[in-house]
Design a protein. Sequence first.
Length: 393
Amino acid sequence: MRKVYLDNNATTPLHPEVKKAITESLDLFGNASSIHSYGQEARKAIEDSRKKVAALLNALPEEIIFTSCGSESNNLVIKGVTCQDVYCKPNGSHPGKHIITSQIEHPSVIIPIRTLERQGFKVTWLPVDSFGLVDPDLVKKAITKQTVLITVMTANNEIGTIEPIAELARIAREREVYFHTDAVQGVGKMKIDVKELGVDFLSLSGHKLYAPKGVAALYIRKGVFVCPTLQGGHQERGLRGGTENNLGIVALGRACELAMQGREQEVAKIWKLREKLRMGILEKVPEVMINGDPEKVIPTTLSVTFKYIEGESILLRLNLEGIAVSTGSACASGSLEPSHVLLAIGLPHEHAHGTIRFSLGIENNEEDIDYALKVVPRVIQELREMSPLWARK
Ligand code: PLP
């Protein structure tokens, strides 16, 4: 049976060149903090990778901190900015207790902010329009003297909508408020230049970028101070204690280098495949809706609502036919709650439950899409024939 992986927003396979970089570095066991040659070799590899990650974002190497995952990068910003311990912040700590964020953020942003809310912070949860876009005017209106952080994602993991980050960051800067963007789904899929965007913090994650799990990074603009969440060692400028993950960091550096070299070509190829899938579904399957902004969308993501049936049954049936997709985000699956993103763009519960995310990557080709377009319409029709909702419509 043909196997087609269309769940690249959940995680990506290792790029063959990244795999090669890892295998070539398997003996790089030294502790990068050691003074001897083993340590220095590891240190050099880490600093080379830092330069590569920085180059992809147009940042300075010293503005990049390595972490273990995108969730950790997001937590570090949210907790590190709002922490009021002056010990870590030579410029003094912002006493404000107000945060602005959107309703469609990843749980690794939402949950730490909810924790702060329970501890007395005020939070503005920005609504989005039916495409998932944040309105910059609402951000302008929400800022007060108490606002310490604005965090809005670059691209949404479920529907792919790209937010107006440069505009939002400009508003934040004018009011001297820190701005963070979770770019875990954006990096490698669109041009991301931290200087052009004007952000203070930006999160990215290796395993969404053809590097392995267990490594990620955070951009922190030079001159900005945050308190560490993982305290202990002096590693990563004291912002992230813990002996560095040599192999993961080498892999992330190589993945960023590859993303920089091949991004435009890959993005054009993936966009073509996504469009073929979108048009094919619209042509062959009645009663479907495409979610997300029609233009401001990352090319990897196609969110489709198949009315009158359940996403879980679609997912399981497609899996039996060798096609891997997702309902909502992978982190949310396992829960019967409909996706908060789909509810925020205004889908009724029953439509949110019937939504599938197809997410494409560099390994997909025309034959994969042809196969998906052969299988998906049949599976949908078979499930609808069993659905009382379809019979009653
Ligand atoms: N932010 C977004 C938008 C994501 O899609 C994800 C993962 O799905 C994360 C953050 C978390 O990244 P990680 O899995 O590396 O913790």
